[in-house]
Write a protein that binds this ligand. Structure first.
Ligand SMILES: Cc1cc2nc3c(=O)[nH]c(=O)nc-3n(C[C@H](O)[C@H](O)[C@H](O)COP(=O)(O)OP(=O)(O)OC[C@H]3O[C@@H](n4cnc5c(N)ncnc54)[C@H](O)[C@@H]3O)c2cc1C
Length: 389
């Protein structure tokens, strides 16, 4: 007989553990952090101490050796409890790049310290101001000089740099006119953030709509030891895709967590709020947008598991990761709209947390990849239509 697990309750042990931790950090905590535009230090510390931030690190290196599916449940539960995984999800998706493509020496040097909470690997520097989504056209260069690479250029929207010890950096090591394809000649490096700020990396915070610590970075002859290159020179774009697919899948799970938070919150409110002598939730005009958003969250969740399964099996999951992120970001946004709309004026009051979560989930229509670019990917790579850009 086939047994079915409810997709929104899969991995019950992990959910139980994360829910218990999150119960100690209720929405008021996240609201206060948001109001103060602060970093949720205590929350991230608690996640680290309980080992959740080391979920993906193999047991040999001090972690729990779990897969992306389990990691996605951790991220989902944080958002479902009213928090925002954006403060710490970088460590989850960056980890895969280091685990899958780093050398044994790099794994031995960094992973046990990350697992013990002594180091954080929360940042990944890809986006640039002049090239944006056109990633392979990026302008930051890393030129080899003896046992160092010298980095010059600029990045933008690089998150959690001020709360991370390590950062993965994508830079061009072979000039674009000397490679056959633009995706060649790019390399990735593990940057020691504290050393870098002393020696040629300037960090300028960007104040933004969400309480998301993100920055402009300026590189002026920053020297990185050659042993900090991850994998082979010139193959960095292929390696960074591992991190990007993990990132898209994890963010899909976060949007699903948001989607359930919004639908639960508005269902509760719509049952209680009485106008014209009856609960507002009795009106189909109120019910239908909530029901529609819920249907979409549930459907997006199925694609999220498909992406997780393929990633954990070591299969190509570009299509599923992109589609999961597209569906989940759209569903959470529809749920956010319905939640705000049917809270009426109260949706705008910070005390209800709706406006905060509304801002937080809106980000995922744009970052880490915009909906348009996902549709272009599907059109070109899945449907075989001509490249549009
Ligand atoms: C809060 C925040 C945190 C972030 N954190 C990080 C981080 O940690 N590391 C990092 O590397 N980056 C980060 N990013 C960057 C993010 O990944 C980019 O903003 C995103 O990929 C879009 O790139 P862009 O902003 O340059 O937009 P652009 O590439 O300038 O695109 C602008 C708009 O035009 C549309 N567009 C562009 N080209 C096409 C086309 N060919 N067809 C159709 N539509 C098109 C896009 O869909 C988009 O809506 C972050 C961004 C934000 C806002």
């Amino acid at each position: 007989m086939t047994t079915f697990t409810d997709p929104k309750e899969a991995y019950p042990d992990i959910r139980e553990g994360v829910r218990a931790l999150c119960a100690g950090f209720p929405p008021e905590y996240h609201r206060k952090v948001d109001e103060a535009r602060a970093y949720p230090e205590e929350f991230v510390d608690a996640l680290t101490k309980e080992g959740w931030m080391a979920a993906l690190i193999p047991e040999d290196y001090g972690g729990s050796g779990l897969g992306l599916a389990e990691a996605s449940v951790i991220m989902e539960e944080i958002n479902r409890a009213g928090g925002n995984s954006g403060a710490c999800h970088g460590q989850m998706y960056n980890m895969n790049t280091l685990i899958r493509h780093g050398s044994e020496e790099q794994r031995r040097t960094y992973l046990p310290k990350i697992a013990a909470g002594e180091l954080r690997l929360q940042s990944m520097a890809v986006t640039e101001p002049t090239t944006g989504t056109d990633t392979t056209n990026l302008k930051t260069t890393a030129v080899r000089k003896g046992d160092r690479y010298v980095v010059n250029g600029q990045k933008v929207w690089i998150s959690r740099v001020q709360h991370s010890d390590l950062m993965i950096l994508l830079a061009r090591t072979t000039p674009v006119d000397q490679v056959r394809k633009r995706s060649q000649g790019l390399s990735i490096f593990l940057v020691d953030v504290h050393e870098a700020v002393k020696k040629g990396m300037e960090v300028r915070p960007i104040l933004n709509m969400v309480n998301h610590e993100t920055n402009e970075l300026f590189f002026d002859d920053l020297e990185i030891p050659t042993e900090n290159m991850i994998g082979e020179e010139g193959h960095g774009f292929k390696y960074i895709l591992t991190g990007l697919n993990a990132e898209r899948t994890l963010i899909a799970a976060e949007c699903i967590g948001d989607g359930y938070w919004f639908t639960d919150k508005i269902v509760e409110y719509a049952k209680e709020r009485t106008v014209f002598g009856r609960p507002i939730g009795q009106n189909q005009g109120v019910q239908f947008p909530i029901a529609e958003a819920y249907v979409e969250v549930e459907a997006a969740n199925l694609m999220r598991w498909q992406a997780c399964r393929r990633f954990d099996a070591g299969l190509d999951c570009g299509a599923e990761a992109n589609m999961a992120k597209y569906l989940a970001a759209k569903a959470s946004w529809e749920a956010a709209n319905a939640c705000l709309q049917f809270h009426g004026g109260f949706g705008f009051a910070c005390d209800y947390d709706v406006e905060r979560k509304f801002r937080e989930t809106r980000l995922y229509q744009v970052a880490p990849i915009s909906t348009n670019l996902i549709l272009s990917y599907v059109a070109e790579h899945i449907l075989g239509l001509p490249r549009s850009y």
